[in-house]
Design a protein around this ligand. Structure first.
Ligand code: PEP
Length: 249
């Protein structure tokens, strides 16, 4: 069996009351699978996540951070702060950060470097928008995002990153990439990492309307190591079905 990484991105959803049963259920689900389970929660709930998940098999973390240690950066959260809550993971470069909050490849590069320096595992998201795919630019956009996002990092550092290919046109739209489209881009990503950084066996996830009904066909593709799951992670029953996906090596 392939060991899959299945990580939820709650985005700006859930509340304190919902999270109590959610974390209890997720702990149980993670006990009963050999897949790796994680969840990235809104930062205000990190304390609760630490308290609820610290002794479980569930990895948890944040959805963003800033690269500076401290200072006059109103509203921002540092890597040190995430470590105060024993975070394992931090999502960086999500398309909603890039497109709504105008984060550049260079901003994301600084954050990735900082997260790695502080011992966090970045989940580095990348992917093209609809017009870029339709214009035949998907591969060059992904290459640019990755090369800029990884600027200045060495092989060992890059091997500690979890990558997530998330075509923007598939996020939250209900329209996932086809298994072949996802496989093609993730295989391309792995080749790029190998040729430019001498990396082998990087973990590269697919994200974009992954749900219980399409998890098996997407996750069984040979280059895909798991999924970053937005909407479908909010319903514990559906997330459980995705987490229980079993595919051959
Ligand atoms: C995401 O936001 O990372 C994501 C994949 O969202 P969704 O599953 O809702 O498309």
């Amino acid at each position: 069996m392939k060991k899959l990484y299945l990580i939820g991105n709650m985005k700006m959803n859930m509340n304190y009351a919902d999270l109590e049963p959610y974390f209890a259920n997720l702990t149980q689900v993670a006990e009963n699978t050999s897949n790796v389970v994680g969840v990235c929660v809104p930062s205000v709930y990190l304390d609760f996540a630490k308290y609820s998940l610290e002794n479980s098999k569930v990895l948890f973390g944040a959805q963003n951070m800033y690269h500076e240690d401290k200072g006059a950066y109103t509203g921002e959260i540092s890597a040190h702060m995430l470590n105060d809550f024993s975070c394992d993971l931090v999502i960086l470069g999500h398309s909603e950060r890039r497109n709504i909050f105008h984060e550049s490849d260079e901003d994301i590069n600084l954050k990735v470097k900082k997260a790695l320096a502080e011992g966090l595992t970045p989940i580095l998201c990348f992917g093209e928008v609809k017009e870029e795919r339709e214009g035949g630019m998907a591969f060059s956009v992904v290459e640019r995002q990755l090369m800029n996002g990884l600027n200045g990092l060495d092989t060992d550092e890059i091997n500690r990153i979890i990558f997530a290919y998330e075509p923007v046109w598939a996020i939250g739209t209900g329209l996932s990439a086809t298994p072949d489209q996802a496989e093609e881009m993730i295989a391309f990503t792995k080749r790029l990492l190998h040729e430019n950084f001498e990396c082998h066996d990087n973990i590269v996830l697919y994200g974009g309307s992954l749900k219980a009904s399409n998890a098996n066909e997407i996750l069984s593709k040979p280059s895909i190591d798991g999924g970053l799951i937005g909407g479908a992670c909010l319903k514990i029953d559906e997330f459980e079905q995705i987490i229980n996906t079993k595919v051959d090596e």
